[in-house]
Design a protein around this ligand. Sequence first.
Ligand SMILES: *Cc1c(COP(=O)(O)O)cnc(C)c1O
Length: 363
Amino acid sequence: MMIDLRSDTLTKPTEGMRRAMWQAEVGDDCYGEDPTVRLLEEKCAELFGKESAVFMPSGTMSNQIAIRCNTAPGDEVIIHHDYHVHFFESAQTADLAKVVLNPVRTSNGILTSKEIRDALESKPRSAMYAQVTLVSVENTINAYGGRIYPFEELLLLRRETERLGLRVHMDGARLFNAIVATGIKPTQYGKVVDSLSICFAKGLGAPVGSMLMGTEEFAEKARKYRKWYGGGLHQSGVLAAAALYALENHVDRLAEDHANAKRLAEGLQSIPGIILAPETVETNIVMFDVRQLGIDAQEFVAEARGEGVLLFPWARYTVRAVTNLGINRADIDLAIERLKKLCSRLRQERRGNRYCDYYGISS
Ligand SMILES: *Cc1c(COP(=O)(O)O)cnc(C)c1O
């Protein structure tokens, strides 16, 4: 049996979730008449202490519409180079909101208030030039192994952006992982940003859906753009029912995913050739480096598939594994065993050219 650790988007709706979808009361949401969608929107707005919430088909649409609503064409958005909005959505952002992204690189994936100020002051800002109106952060941070944005940094960032007159959007595709890991309340996160999005189709295990939250005025605009972009759905209560079920049943259990990720990280760290610091694993994502095996991430992932473990090649030598509700502790132990066997074979096969590869010399 394959152990699929590629992503937490790969979960399938559980029986209980399918039952909730089956039983959902629905109406046409484009007429504001789907009671299940309305219930989910009200519940989320209350949970995060925001005035209003808009149910979106995907996390990407939430981000794109958040940027569109928080900026004017030609504005500049300060962001980290490795956040989803820049890493995967830079073309969409240029095309749809017609803003420029100012991607900042930091070694830990966190943007401090000083880095925001530096990015702002790095160019002339008089009325002739691009105006920074938005800062976009991500929590947890996918590219940095599901790292939690330190709350004290968010507070400082909030204070600084208020002083500078900038808005803040939080891409919270995995915000519930941070909430479960830290015990910080959703309303506290709601307070430090202007808009935020969460995803139901990541660790929460729903098939579809995201929620975009902000002020009443923001939400009204977001509904307009959702329609423009083709995201106005009709009897979407069947999808909202899955999300409601996920909120009730799949939030607390994220702690299991975190424990499994930690176990996986510790197991992988003990394998010679794999570079990994288990203390960096804070939630459900494990990133590790395979260059010492004389192999790149693509090749490693292909080899692992042959051994019955599915992984995601994140960067040239970086491989990603994500725990989720379809993975239990026994799967983790089996995955470690299979990867141990694979690495042992790779070390034997590649001993000859390993140093050549490592130093970038073609062998
Ligand atoms: C997955 C993800 C998204 C996009 O979500 P989709 O529903 O796949 O469009 C956005 N941001 C982050 C950080 C993500 O991990």
